[in-house]
Structures are given as structure tokens and as C-alpha cells.
Ligand binder design. Structure first.
Ligand SMILES: NC(=O)c1ccc[n+]([C@@H]2O[C@H](COP(=O)([O-])OP(=O)(O)OC[C@H]3O[C@@H](n4cnc5c(N)ncnc54)[C@H](OP(=O)(O)O)[C@@H]3O)[C@@H](O)[C@H]2O)c1
Length: 368
């Protein structure tokens, strides 16, 4: 049995490869796992500096039994195999069976709620974490929300993410798969649905023009703060610099609502998969830090008070690799601050997660 404690599942993918890259930067040995050895070998060969990494490749069948066997005796799995709605349950179940911490890159609310309800207790009883959305779009907002909530008078959170980048094949598949679920926000401690097929104008701090934003599945912040007694309201929106692409996504969601949502489940999945493949059939190039800049902000609101935190950084997919690797590294040495269904900041503290991003990517944090 391998003595390496961290498993990256989906290592042949765009994001899995980036998790491997930053585990290598931390000099942490890892297993690069996935369903096809050759594709993993080809992907890993492109990781900068891979010749100095301590890793092994493991081909594993996508089943609870095979994944449980792989995870026995391991500390952490970083799961990047999405859409998680389709493929995630088996991995969460396997990590629970093997008593292993579980991190992933999902933004799919329905999947997160289902995993929380099915498995959170078993993770908590074993002192392990079930930490979905340890990724761009979610972790910087989680950090900003924790900073804003240092002011005890804040009870409501408006969170916005403005990314510059081209979604990968897996991300595009995931975006369209999310049309099948409700997208929820927290209002007066209740999860309520956003209107379907609608964009919202968003004003991002430091930008001249407004952006067209979308609930993008509703996000993970409403779930992470749902049972936090300090917080009653949480709304999360996402925008990309590429406005025409966003307009098209909103039109396609209207098309889903009008024409596809009453089809049988397998036909819906196929139709959505085909639309996604038409938009992003291949793997985009590596991000450029001077082009793919991002701004994540949280406005905290109280009675007669407000506090905002804005995080400017870059290369969102690389950031996902950073936060996955950083949380895995934390868990190798320390007990999580909280176990069960948690965010990365709830598990490791927001200062640790922010420090990890600052270590690898140019980052400015404005608090006002
Ligand atoms: N929140 C964020 O900002 C963020 C950032 C990055 C990624 N993500 C999410 O992470 C997921 C992966 O994204 P990506 O960009 O890495 O996609 P990708 O490049 O398409 O990679 C997908 C990975 O999943 C594997 N896979 C697909 N279907 C599988 C199956 N049936 N059984 C086993 N493995 C399977 C692929 O293996 P093969 O190579 O063998 O096909 C590949 O390793 C997506 O859901 C995406 O939305 C989110």
C-alpha cells in the first residue's frame, strides 16, 4: 500500500492537474488518480516542475468499492471529477467509508445539500471534514465573508464574484447540469429560489461598468451560513468579464425552462451535455495572470452598519489548485477547527486560507 497521504482524483483534468502542481510546490507526496492511466500520465507530464514531485499514478474504477479501497489509510482526497451531481456521491461515500477527509471543487448546491444530509453526521462523528467548494468562486468569498463578520453587528451578506477566464470542459458541463436544480439564497433564515433564466446587474468595486451576473447555482455561501446564528441573509452572484457569453448562458437557461425541463431525466442530461460540449469542446490553455484577473467582494450589512471586503487576485483555476493543496496540507498536520459539512475557512480558519492564496498569487485585500 502506498504511504502517500493525499489523493487527487480526476488528475487527468484541467483542475486536478493544478491541484497536483501546488501539492508539488508544498513538497507533499500525492497519488494522482483517475479512470484512465494514460490520460493521467499525459496530463501530469505537463505540470511545471513535475520531475521534482513525489507522486504515483493510480488508475481506479469509478465505483464506491474501488474508491474505498484506494482511500483506505489515506488522510485526504481532493476530488475534481464533475459534474458532481452525476459523479460525486460515490466519492463522498468512499471517503466516508475509508475515514478520510473529503474536499472538492463543486459549486452545485443541490449536490452539496444532498451530501450534507446523507453524510455530514458520519464525517463529524469521525472528526473528518466534508468540504465542498474548496475552489475559486467560493473560497475567496468565504474568506471575505469571515472578515466582514468580524464586525459582530453584521447579519446580512451580499457576495459577488467577477472572474475573467474561459470555463473548462468540466466546468461548462457543470454549469448546464445545474439548470436542473433550484438556485437558492438565504432570506430571513430560509432558503428561497432565485428567479430562473434571469441575469442581474452587479456593481463590482473598482470597475467602471456594471456586469451581468447570475446566481450560478446559488453558490455555497447560503449553505455554509444557513445555520450560523450571526447571519440571516446571504445572496451570492457570479459574473464573468465576457458579457456576451453570460447573455448566451442566460438565454440557454430560458431555453431549458421552456423546452427541456419536462423531458425524461436522461434526455435532459444528454441535451444539456450536448449544449455544453458545443460551447467548450476542449481544454483551454493555461491562465495568464495579467489577463485572468478576478475580484471577489462581500458587502456585510447590519442595522445602521456596514463592512465590505474586496479581494483582487488572478488566475482563478490556479487559485483552485492552491486552496485545494493548502487545505490538504493543513489537514496532514492539524485537526480541523470544525468537522462534518464545512467550508475551508470553517475547517482551517480564513487567515490560513487567505495566506495560502497570498503565498502563490498576487493578491490585494481591501476592507472598508
Ligand atoms: N469553482 C471553481 O471555480 C471550479 C474550478 C475548477 C473546477 N471546478 C469544477 O471541477 C470539476 C472539474 O473541472 P475541470 O475543469 O477539471 O474539468 P475537466 O478538465 O473536464 O476534468 C474532468 C475530470 O473528471 C474526470 N471524469 C469525467 N467523467 C468521469 C467519470 N465518469 N468517471 C471518472 N472520472 C471522470 C475526467 O477524467 P478523464 O480524463 O478520464 O475523462 C477528468 O479527470 C467541474 O465540475 C468544475 O465545475 C470548479
Amino acid at each position: 500500500m502506498s504511504d502517500k497521504q493525499v489523493v487527487v482524483y480526476g488528475a487527468s483534468g484541467y483542475t486536478g492537474r493544478l491541484v497536483c502542481e501546488f501539492l508539488r510546490e508544498y513538497q507533499v507526496p500525492f497519488i494522482a488518480a483517475g479512470r484512465n492511466r494514460q490520460r493521467i500520465e499525459e496530463a501530469i507530464a505537463k505540470v511545471p516542475g513535475i520531475e521534482t514531485a513525489d507522486y504515483e499514478i493510480v488508475e481506479v474504477e469509478h465505483s464506491v468499492e474501488a474508491l474505498t479501497k484506494l482511500l483506505e489509510g489515506k488522510s485526504v482526497i481532493c476530488n475534481t471529477v464533475g459534474p458532481f451531481d452525476y459523479f460525486g456521491d460515490a466519492v463522498v461515500q468512499a471517503a466516508a467509508n475509508a475515514n478520510c477527509h473529503y474536499l472538492d471543487t463543486t459549486g452545485e448546491q443541490a449536490f452539496m445539500m444532498e451530501m450534507r444530509d446523507k453524510y455530514s453526521d458520519s464525517y463529524r462523528e469521525n472528526g473528518k471534514i466534508l468540504a465542498p467548494s474548496t475552489a475559486y468562486m467560493y473560497t475567496p468569498l468565504d474568506i471575505a465573508a469571515h472578515i466582514v463578520l468580524e464586525d459582530g453587528s453584521i447579519d446580512s451578506i451580499d457576495a459577488g464574484c467577477l472572474a475573467a477566464g474561459v470555463p473548462t470542459y468540466g466546468s461548462t458541463q457543470t454549469i448546464f447540469a445545474m439548470f436542473q436544480a433550484e438556485h437558492l439564497y438565504l432570506e430571513n433564515n430560509q432558503l428561497v429560489p432565485w428567479q430562473k433564466g434571469r441575469g442581474f446587474e452587479m456593481v463590482t468595486p473598482g470597475k467602471m461598468m456594471s456586469q451581468l451576473a447570475h446566481p450560478w447555482g446559488g453558490g455555497s455561501l447560503p449553505l455554509w451560513f444557513q445555520h450560523d446564528h450571526r447571519v440571516q441573509n446571504v445572496r451570492q452572484l457570479t459574473a464573468f468579464n465576457n458579457r456576451p457569453m453570460f447573455e448566451q448562458i442566460i438565454e440557454l437557461q430560458q431555453h431549458y425552462e421552456n423546452n427541456l425541463k419536462d423531458l425524461p431525466q436522461d434526455e435532459q442530461e444528454k441535451a444539456l451535455g450536448d449544449i455544453a460540449a458545443g460551447m467548450q469542446p476542449g481544454m483551454p490553455p493555461r491562465e495568464n495572470k495579467l489577463v485572468h484577473r478576478s475580484t471577489d467582494f462581500v458587502h456585510g450589512i447590519g442595522t445602521g452598519t456596514r463592512r465590505s471586503c474586496v479581494i483582487h487576485t488572478s488566475a482563478p483555476y490556479q487559485l483552485t489548485g492552491v486552496v485545494q493543496a493548502a487545505l490538504a496540507v493543513y489537514l496532514l498536520d492539524a485537526e480541523p477547527l470544525k468537522s462534518g459539512f464545512v467550508s475551508s475557512c470553517q475547517a482551517a480558519g480564513h487567515n490560513y486560507m487567505l495566506g495560502a492564496i497570498q503565498k502563490f498569487l498576487p493578491t490585494q485585500v481591501d476592507i472598508y
